[in-house]
Design a protein around this ligand. Structure first.
Ligand code: ARG
Length: 302
């Protein structure tokens, strides 16, 4: 009898030891501990989406990645007590990297979508300024008043980033337009200038940043219908990574309570060179320039 107990104890201890040594890399549920043990948080982002994440060309290495989401990523790493490693990649690759567990999470201006809800753990919402409260089309100067309705956009080429909310909006709300996908928003803008498509679907904050830095771009005057669910952003984590998701939600709540969102957004806009003031309803007032039709940007379509 004594022998059996001793054997049982030894077995339990061995199992315990084994369990302790087991690499937990593929176990999403242990991710928080993995990254805390590794001392590093890896975050994928696509730095083509100012003011959320973009590149400051005057900097190098990790410092070149700036914007709202970068401030948020830094805060999360700090709260977890680990260092941050940003892994820049294309927007669709960011999502794949979370799916395969190559990175701990992706913070890249994600809106809620049904697909993402199915395939990932989604954090609580965080408020990214007015960036995604409206979804619009931008076009080139000379096209003033041309592309303001779905009817006018029939058969017209519309650019959107692959695997984005904007891709889904074009498919759903402009089914008779011709969708052209690009992987990177900066490349997309070059394609717009080259004439690969007539208009480009972007979030309002991003549109303002693009227009401010590219005098040949203007608002087309068309606006997508946006569900309230899509107006905020969230973080993408691996499906089943519940512990880390919970921790991230706590950290988001802390950032919100401390009022950091507003500061980070303003900072990001300043760095992005967006010079925008807001009217009493919180709508951006785009500065008028002396060319014709520039006032179009405020003529919001219903
Ligand atoms: N909010 C949109 C989405 O969920 C666009 C995000 C684009 N982000 C980026 N870093 N390019 O798809």
């Amino acid at each position: 009898m004594k022998k059996m107990i001793a054997f049982a104890l030894a077995t339990i201890m061995t199992l315990g030891l084994l369990a302790g040594c087991q690499p937990a890399a593929n176990n999403a549920a242990n991710n928080e501990y993995d990254l805390v043990a590794a001392g590093k948080l890896t975050v994928a982002l696509s730095p083509d989406f100012s003011p959320m994440e973009f590149v400051d060309p005057s900097k190098t290495g990790q410092d070149q990645f700036v914007g709202f989401d970068v401030s948020l990523a830094k805060f999360i790493a700090q709260e977890l007590g680990v260092t941050l490693e940003i892994k820049p990649m294309d927007f669709d690759a960011c999502q794949a990297a979370v799916g395969t567990g190559k990175v701990d999470m992706s913070i890249s201006g994600y809106s809620w979508t049904e697909k993402r809800e199915k395939n990932y753990n989604l954090s609580d919402y965080y408020y990214a300024g007015e960036n995604e409260t409206e979804q619009v089309l931008i076009t080139l100067k000379g096209n003033e008043g041309k592309y303001t309705t779905a009817d006018a956009l029939k058969g017209v080429k519309v650019g959107a980033q692959g695997a984005s909310l904007q891709e889904e909006l074009v498919k759903a709300q402009l089914p008779d337009s011709e969708l052209v996908l690009y992987t990177d928003i900066n490349t997309g803008l070059q394609q717009l200038k080259k004439g690969d498509f007539e208009v480009m679907a972007v979030a309002i904050g991003n549109a303002n940043a693009l227009i401010n830095n590219n005098p040949e771009a203007i608002m087309s005057g068309f606006q997508f219908v946006v569900d309230e669910k899509e107006a905020n952003n969230l973080i993408l984590l691996q499906k089943g990574d519940d512990k880390l998701t919970e921790k991230v939600n706590e950290i988001l709540a802390k950032a919100k309570d401390a009022g950091y969102y507003e500061t980070w957004y303003e900072e990001a806009q300043n760095t992005a060179g967006v010079d925008i003031s807001y009217d009493a309803d919180g709508n951006p007032i785009v500065p008028e320039d002396d060319s014709t039709g520039a006032a179009d940007s405020t003529g919001a379509a219903e």
